[in-house]
Design a protein around this ligand. Structure first.
Ligand code: BG6
Length: 501
């Protein structure tokens, strides 16, 4: 990874959870790897009143202690401001200037908005009002956390608001899935190997499954989650980004414009969902109370912050088609949910069966088509399932696994998504950030579902017991595929409805 330019990272929402759990630890890891060019500074900003020392101590609690911790902590500063008041930004600008002068840092500034979404158009306006968007003396970039809008209209409005004060090239919309090492590996797997390209189309692929399962429920985020639901929280962003990477055409180069152009083309080719055709193509579910290993587990409606009559979905599954030359007729099945049996994200490419079944059931064989499994997390890796001869008489075919686990690589260090994305943001590389038009298009894809769910109280919401693989209706959604869903286990190379979790 390339070292950054000397800069100040200004984090809005510095007293929040994301800052201490993700952002500061990610910056610490970059510091440890000597990827942050000295001198540099990190300035935390939020409304809570706190000194630099208190901020440093608070952040330290979330960092491992080693010989670099204190050195890193000394780069942290803190400024309390009332972020919704324009005049306060004069104070912020002065503080930035003081830190810059004291540390001889050029005027390169990365702003990170880790605040409630309602501030996403307010803060940029006030930054611009004091000239903190001006790139005359150095870069000024702004990273926007998710959710980027709550629907198509609000996302479009947010883009318009941001573009009044910052150019598209200064805006970095984060989708932390794109920062995951294994998600980026999809590009390498597809485009650094000549093996796949001839097969990567409707002639050889039967269907594609993308699963992002979570074992946890909504935990303490019931209030937020109930306004969101699985479709907004996971499908509109993370899962559609995965669809984009699996389905896109080879970009001309690995660069922000080339890759994001190809992603956009995929989104533009997704067959628009019609509200009157959603049943059978879209399933929503909500976890209900159950017992796991004898322990009672709360249902979603009993979670803190969730109103008891809530109809918010904690599970969503959908079937999409991409109407283009490569993917014509090939279904993409997506599913995500909370309180499922395991935390697993993976993409399964189901290849077509051989055209003629030589080794039929007379040899005890089932003609199991090949599957390529790209495991995003955990046990990150790649698995290819193929038929080989069972040793002994006859021609019995057995499905075997060719598997690669990242953990087998010597000296594997998988940087966290935030580490990679922050570094790219500081380096001005937007390849792994979502472009405004892509985000809007992704909202447009799910908007008919959101509208139907909002406006049609009769659209089924299926309960599923916490700890199960979601509602039965999700199995019906994929019923036309002989394989059904793959039930992933903790270990990449295992599957089946019953496995070690
Ligand atoms: C976030 C969602 O964007 O992604 C969370 O808001 C979800 O609800 C999380 O738990 C999943 O991310 P990961 O990296 O744990 O798969």
């Amino acid at each position: 990874m390339r070292q950054t330019k000397s800069h100040i990272a200004v984090i809005f929402g510095a007293s929040g959870d994301l800052t201490r759990r993700m952002l500061i630890p990610a910056l610490f890891n970059l510091h440890k790897q000597k990827l942050l060019q000295h001198p540099y500074a990190i300035l935390g900003v939020s409304r809570t009143s706190m000194s630099d020392e208190v901020f440093r101590e608070k952040m330290k609690e979330f960092l491992p202690v080693d010989e670099t911790t204190n050195d890193f902590i000394n780069h942290l500063h803190y400024e309390p401001i009332e972020t919704s008041t324009g005049n306060e930004y004069i104070k912020l600008k002065e503080r930035i200037e003081t830190i810059r002068e004291q540390n001889t840092i050029p005027s390169n500034i990365l702003f990170y908005l880790s605040t409630p979404p309602k501030m996403y158009s307010v803060i940029p306006k006030f930054l611009a009002s004091v000239g903190l968007n001006d790139e005359k003396d150095g870069f000024k970039r702004i990273i926007i956390e998710k959710p980027f809008g709550n629907n198509f209209n609000s996302a479009r409005q947010l883009n318009l608001d941001l573009l009044k004060y910052f150019g598209e090239k200064q805006i970095y919309r984060i989708d932390h899935y794109l920062g995951k090492e294994t998600v980026q590996n999809l590009l390498v797997l597809r485009f650094a190997n000549s093996l796949w390209e001839p097969l990567w189309n409707h002639k050889y692929i039967d269907h594609v499954q993308i699963t992002s399962a979570e074992k946890l429920g909504v935990e303490k985020r019931g209030g937020y989650y109930d306004q969101s639901g699985a479709l907004r929280d996971m499908v509109q962003n993370h899962l559609l980004q995965l669809v984009g990477l699996v389905a896109m055409e080879p970009p001309t180069v690995i660069g922000a414009d080339a890759i994001r152009n190809e992603m956009l083309k995929v989104f533009q080719s997704i067959r628009p969902l019609k509200r009157d055709k959603l049943q059978g193509n879209v399933v929503r579910g909500q976890y209900t109370s159950s017992k796991i290993k004898g322990e009672p587990i709360k249902g979603y409606r009993e979670e803190v912050g969730v109103p008891p009559p809530s109809r918010t979905e904690t599970f969503a599954a959908l079937k999409l088609h991409i109407d283009n030359w490569r993917w014509s007729g090939i279904p993409f099945y997506l599913r995500t949910g909370k309180k499922l049996p395991a935390r697993v994200t993976e993409i399964v490419i189901h290849f077509r069966p051989t055209p003629h079944h030589l080794f039929d059931s007379a040899y005890g064989a089932t003609n199991i088509p090949n599957q390529l499994i790209i495991r995003i997390q955990p046990d990150e890796g790649i698995l290819l399932k193929m038929g080989l001869k069972q040793p002994g008489s006859g021609f019995n075919v057995k499905t075997v696994n060719l598997d690669f686990h990242y953990s087998d690589m010597a000296e594997t260090y998988l940087p966290t998504a935030y580490e990679r994305l922050l570094l790219d943001g500081i380096n001005g590389d937007a390849t792994l950030y979502a472009r405004g038009d892509n985000v809007e298009k992704a909202w447009e894809i799910v908007q008919p579902i959101l509208d139907e769910w909002d406006e049609n109280p009769d659209f089924p919401l299926h309960g599923y017991p916490a700890g199960s693989w979601g509602p039965r209706a999700a199995d019906e959604l994929i019923a036309e595929e002989e394989s059904g869903w793959r039930y992933p286990c903790k270990n990449l190379s295992n599957d089946g409805e019953y496995c070690e979790l």
